[in-house]
Design a protein around this ligand. Sequence first.
Ligand SMILES: C[S@@+](CC[C@H](N)C(=O)[O-])C[C@H]1O[C@@H](n2cnc3c(N)ncnc32)[C@H](O)[C@@H]1O
Length: 283
Amino acid sequence: MASEEQNKALDAWQTSARYWDKYRVLIAEMFAPLTSGLVEEARIGIGQKVLDIGGGSGEPSLTISRIVGPTGSVMYTDPVAGMVETAQKEAGKRGLTNIQFRQCSADDLPFADHAFDTAVGRLSAMFFVDPVTAVREALRVILEDGYVSFAVWGPKEANPFFSTVSDVIDQFVEVPREDPDAPDTFRFALPGKLAGILENADVKNVIERQLNFQIKAPISIEQFWQLRTEMSGTLREKMAGLAPAQLPNVKQAVADAAWKYFAGGTMSFPAEALIVSGKKSSI
Ligand SMILES: C[S@@+](CC[C@H](N)C(=O)[O-])C[C@H]1O[C@@H](n2cnc3c(N)ncnc32)[C@H](O)[C@@H]1O
């Protein structure tokens, strides 16, 4: 990826940071099963030193901080200043003292070899600039018997939380042809793709687990629309390309596509993710 595109992507995340902070309670609730999946696959427990790569507004770091307890620690990382700031502020509010924060990119980790027991990334691996280098970096900084584990989205068709908005907007704006390897929400949706990257990076005993769950939150369809169009840099960019007169039609079309996932004041979308994990050493 050209550095101009990289900067554009990081700028978009910088703008996203305030919205990921705004919706942090909902995000924690909606994506909690992904954190549980990572904790399970990476065998995270009391007393461990865990590295979180691309921690965004603070998950899974904030949850793992409680799991590892005072004898363990979490190193939160993210390349985007706004994300680091909001995550750090939240940890302070919660009085969590076993988390440290570093602004850095996955492919250049500023840590010594063997500094952690385990490395995890929730919904961040698909945005790594050079995923093989990033996974090699994760391996370098964990202990010989450590695990790496990454949660990524499965296919768009199995994730209407995304497609009910993006497919509709794509009918109204011109969509450039997308490079399937470019950083994107569904970059690793194809089974085996991220697993192959872990194998190329020399991760041992690679396992890909499909995780089906419900993305649930106590919100209305109007709040869903707002949350989606604020949190996603791609959607913000596409929305900027709409004429104001088109907006009511787009919103109506999204409501038509998404209404069946809302009932009794609750949103519940079926979702599919992959948790791809492995060990540094096969012994
Ligand atoms: C979808 S968010 C997920 C955030 C958080 N882990 C969560 O699950 O709520 C993706 C995160 O990846 C981060 N990211 C983007 N490029 C990255 C890179 N090269 N290395 C590490 N993280 C990156 C973004 O800044 C953003 O915070």
